[in-house]
Structures are given as C-alpha cells and as structure tokens.
Design a protein around this ligand. Sequence first.
Ligand code: GCO
Length: 407
Amino acid sequence: MSDFPRDFLWGTATAAHQVEGNNRGSDLWVMEHLSEGLFADPSADACDHYHRYPYDIALLKGLGFNCYRFSIEWARIEPEAGSFSYAALDHYRRMIAECHAQAITPMVTFHHFTAPLWFAGEGGWENARSVDWFARYSERAAKALGDLIPFACTINEANIPLMMTLMRRAGKRSDAIARSHRAAAQKIGAERFSTFLTGDGQEATPHLIRAHRKAYDLIKAYMTGKVGMTLSLNDFQADAGGEELCETARSQINTQFLEAARGDDFVGVQTYTRVRFGSTGLLPPAADAERTQMGYEFYPDALEATLREAARTAGTRLIVTENGIGCDDDRRRIAYTERALEGVRRCLADGLAIDGYIHWSLLDNFEWLEGYRPTFGLVAVDRRTQARTPKPSAYWLGARARQAQSA
Ligand code: GCO
C-alpha cells in the first residue's frame, strides 16, 4: 500500500439527512410523511448522529481513518428564508472542531440533497432565484465555519437531478412524483413544491452550475482550504450499436459538469457502478451479473474509469468522495472495495492527482427513497438502541488506511 501518498485522505462519508435524524424543517421530511409517498420509510431518528457525532468521529478515528466527510444541513441553518440559526451553526462548529480535536480532517458538504421547506415551496432548484438563495446560505455558513474547514464541497452530485430526470423519462416515475409534489405543496400551503432529488433536472441544471460557481467564490473568501463540487459519475459503456446514446448521456451527465468544475481546487468523484447502452437504450445488467441491493451491477472497476475521465475532462485534482456498495454480505463489501482501490492505485501510478479515498458510508443509514433497506455502512446501526457495530469491512479498510499512513 506504500504506493498511496502518505498524506492521502482515508475517509468515510455521511450526509446530514441520512444520519442526523428528525430533520423536520427539510423538504424531504414532508415528502416522507405523505400518505401516498414515494419513500419506502421515513428517515425518523436515522442514526441520531446529530447527538452522537463525537462518538462516531471517535469510532472512525479508532478504526484507522484520518478524514470524515459529512454535510451541514441547510434546513437547520436557515429554517426560514433569510433567518439563520446561530444554534445550528454553533452545532456544526462544534462538530468540525471535534474532528480537529481527534486529528481527523473534516470535509464539509454544504448541500447534500435536502433543502429547507420554504425553498422547496418556492420551486426549489427549478426557480432561478435558487442561485442567490444558495449563495446567501453558503456565505453565511462559510463566515461562521470557514476558518475550520480544510475541504469544502459546495453541492453534492450537482448532476444527479439531470441524470434522474433523463432516466425517469425512459421509465415512468413522473406521475407519482407530480402527485407527491402537489400533495406536499398543499400540506405546507405553497403553490409549488420541488426537491433536488425529485425535481426537473433539466430546469435545475443551469441554476445548480451557477450556484456552484457563486458558492465557490463566496466560500473561498472565508477559508484557506480547498473547494470543489462532487459529481455522481457512472462508467458509461456502449455495447455494439449503443455508441451514440452512450456519448450523448456522457456529454450531458458527465462532461458538462466536469467542464464546469475546471479551475476548481478539486472535483469529488462518486462512483458505484457502470451503465451500459445498447441500440435501444439502457441495458440491464447481464443475467448472470452480481447485483447489489440497489439493483445495479457489482462493478468496482467503474471507479478507475471515472477517475480517468474526470482527470481528462476537468483537469483538476481529484478526490474519491464516495464509493461503496449496498450489500448484506459484508465480504462482498471488502471484495468490492479492494478492487476499487486497485483501480485508484493504478491511476496514481499513472500520475493522476488523486488526494483521497472516502468510502460511502460510515454507518448503515437512510438511503433516500429506498429507506433503510440498503446497507452501505462499514458500521451497522441498531436503530432502536442506536448501538454501533463495526463490520469486518470497517476493520479491514481501517487497517489499510493505517498501513498506508505509516508506510
Ligand atoms: C450520493 C449519495 C448518497 C447515497 C449513496 C448510495 O451522493 O449518491 O451521496 O447519499 O446514499 O450514493 O446510493
């Protein structure tokens, strides 16, 4: 493992809404509680990370990691438009300080899918004013926290709304989503309702890209650390006849965003699988292919391909800000991660500027529309008692991290 740089970031990741619990001022909380909702489970207490973060940071430190990527929750920080919670900002300041106290490098994401209810009620990212609203929040949070942040991510997976919209077009989720949006709007007494995950990605994309650019400058002004956005990058592959569809998907979903990241301090690469195109569209995994709990193909080699693509197109430094697998059998998590890391190692050997590998996720947590069924954690969580139990993969990856840091 000595072919990993000594100061390489070895981390685990979470996102506020997925682990904190009781994020009641957020857009998704409302959607989770609609009678005919899209969500398999409500997020509820999640992992109660809002209160248990010191323990969780100590846990990842004890396992051998040196970095923790998490998000701050806009819905808590700005519960009403233009009014900011000092208590929430202080909470996140304590959390970041706790990382430093435990010699963990914090990587702080400003937006990880959820937004305040009032923002959703204005149409969320479909509204052009979203750019200024996000900029105002980012500046405020950076002012309060920036001096403690070595790595900031503006928007997590800025390209996911577009990807989901394009994929939905092929499928037929749209009616259920429209119904949910109407019900949510009615519930909060707004005229419209839209969220990052369920909204119209085509409308949102230009706003997201502009919001990232603005936030990048505003956050930079309050810190000496590095700023970037993260992208969900699938390894797009073409079967015979699928070349054109594949290249169209790549240019819309990957290239346009990687180009928007040019000049940033880094781009966060988040990769889970490959997506194959045939002459008629998306191809399902082969009948004999191993599938993860998410239904997609077990394909750890995707990470190497997307790292190379990101390096070519964005030309920035790279950090693997998410990579992992939802599975019951923890041995498959180890196998997956080992193969993914081999790919990272080959990229480093070829001179790619990669500064870290951050595994998704520290904890089994709320997997959005899928609820609590998929388990991505290195650490299992008993949601009744909140007891944490590291899986063999946690000790295995932690040991790799430790070994690389002392090599
Ligand atoms: C993502 C999301 C995570 C998911 C993970 C597993 O950024 O895609 O950050 O929230 O839980 O990707 O599907």
